[in-house]
Design a protein around this ligand. Structure first.
Ligand SMILES: Nc1ncnc2c1ncn2[C@@H]1O[C@H](COP(=O)(O)OP(=O)(O)O)[C@@H](O)[C@H]1O
Ligand SMILES: [Mg+2]
Ligand SMILES: [Zn+2]
Length: 455
């Protein structure tokens, strides 16, 4: 007799408790706990787990370079740290409709083009829907097996016959394992299925890509609960109403997590953006506008030029509004405080809105000086030269701190035709070979003086 157990599981974070409670003590959400019945058939679970690797001394272990499968997209490869590692488990997460299936199907075509076998499990769609999409995307379909199946055991049964190099599960929310009886999409199912897929990846040396939908309301278990289980977590983001898409690694056991990949969604699929800086400044006009500044940010190993815009206007609220998009809110508050105290801008009666163009998130402090100048120029109705790029971190005392990788940033600016760069004095002099006017500043007040002029 199988043992029947029920438990209440938070569909948002995976917290488990034997009794119902209204508020999840782990993530703080209300009403997210759902009762799940669990019937484990131990034999079925154990049959998947065959791990007989021996225990050994670290000195006896030989380092084997992990084999990587190129995805055919340079942008995707960079985010992965140089391609898909053979035998790894990758989670690709994103909002429904953002283009996950599109990206994976195109990638599948590229991988099959290298004479590798791939099984694409389309648990949400029929085979003919996938075929239609493959046709629209011009996907190479040799060696590409499509399996419209929601039962994971049925998928496992196919592995020994087809012996694929890569297995794609689209999506993890719509497959289920017969080992447990919870409905598909529940936290228990998602977790159990991912466990089984991890075993497949490690024991059969198959690269497994699982697609997961992210939902904001927490009704369907999000991929958040899976993040610690898989090797690599990649988010596919973007504004559904715009064509631009960003790939970002949140976790990566085989590479860095600060790389981004940029794509454009067009009629016949996703196209890599070779020069992303142009994208993040594309709405910029020839003539500079007050409140608009170009910064040189670093995303992973490459520099990106991004436009920052600020809007400052007198407020009609009891306490003025501060709104930021793409820039951390507290960072904005700190920059406003420095502008008030060190420069004497009185922003206490003004609303301040700051955003980045193209919806990219700028996290690094090297954007501080650009943000400050965007706010200051909008407030005073003056402009920063349109061919000037701004780089620098601001300390609370109003000094400009040095930033890393200054040469890479300036090189990118020069490549895109910028004539001038404002950089921290604390950074060393640039090596020869740059064909751009570099102005080094030590204080915020100095920066405002040198690069701001009347309209
Ligand atoms: N027939 C079509 N022509 C052009 N674009 C399409 C077509 N069908 C879907 N798309 C684009 O693909 C997107 C859906 O991509 P998809 O890969 O199915 O998303 P996901 O798998 O993340 O839910 C749509 O938002 C749309 O932009
Ligand atoms: Mg899809
Ligand atoms: Zn929770």
């Amino acid at each position: 007799m199988a043992k029947i157990k029920t438990k209440w599981v938070c569909q948002n974070c995976g917290y488990e408790t034997p009794k119902y409670i209204g508020k999840c003590p782990d993530c703080g959400n209300w009403g997210t706990l759902v009762e799940e019945t669990e019937v484990k058939t131990p034999a079925a679970v154990q049959s998947v787990v065959i791990d007989d690797s021996p225990i050994c001394l670290i000195n006896e272990i030989e380092i084997t370079e992990s084999i990587r499968i190129p995805t055919g997209f340079e942008e995707f490869d960079r985010v992965l740290g140089g391609g898909l590692v053979q035998g790894s488990l990758v989670l690709l997460a994103g909002d429904p409709g953002i283009g996950k299936s599109t990206l994976i199907l195109q990638t599948a075509g590229n991988i099959c083009g290298q004479n590798k076998k791939l099984i694409y499990v389309c648990a949400e769609e029929s085979g003919s829907q996938v075929k239609l999409r493959a046709k629209r995307l011009n996907v190479n379909t040799d060696n590409l097996y499509v399996y419209s199946q929601t039962n994971l055991e049925a998928v496992i049964n196919q592995l020994d016959t087809i012996k694929p190099d890569v297995l794609v599960i689209d999506s993890i929310q719509s497959v289920y394992t017969s080992c447990i009886t919870s409905s598909s999409g529940s936290v228990s199912q998602i977790r159990e299925c991912t466990n089984i897929l991890m075993d497949i990846a490690k024991n059969k040396n198959i690269t497994v890509i699982i697609i997961g939908h992210v939902t904001k309301d927490g009704n369907i278990a999000g991929p958040k609960v899976l993040e610690h289980m898989v090797d690599t977590v990649i988010y596919f983001e973007g504004d559904k109403y715009k064509s631009q898409r960003l790939l970002r690694a949140i976790k990566n056991r085989f590479g860095s997590t600060n790389e981004i990949g940029v794509f454009n969604m067009v009629d016949n699929g996703l196209v890599e953006v070779v020069n992303p800086s142009e994208l993040f400044m594309k709405e910029r006009t020839e003539n500079a506008a007050p409140g608009s500044v170009i910064i040189a940010a670093k995303e992973g190993t490459r520099a990106l030029l991004v436009e920052v815009q600020a809007l400052v206007g007198s407020t009609s609220y009891p306490s003025p509004r501060r709104v930021s998009t793409g820039i951390e809110y507290n960072r904005l508050l700190q920059i406003i405080a420095v502008l008030e105290k060190r420069i004497g801008l009185n922003l206490s009666k003004h609303d301040v809105y700051v955003n980045t163009i193209g919806g990219i998130d700028i996290e690094e402090p090297a954007a501080d000086l650009g943000i400050a100048l965007a706010i200051a120029t909008c407030f005073r109705d003056v402009v920063v030269d349109s061919d000037c790029v701004i780089i620098g971190e601001i300390s609370l005392s109003g000094e400009i701190r040095n930033v890393s990788n200054i040469e890479k940033r300036i090189y990118e600016a020069q490549k895109l035709g910028f004539k001038k760069a404002i950089i921290p004095k604390l950074n060393k002099k640039l090596p020869d070979g740059f064909n751009i006017e570099v102005i080094q500043v030590s204080r915020l007040s100095e920066a405002i003086k040198v690069c701001v002029y009347k309209k």
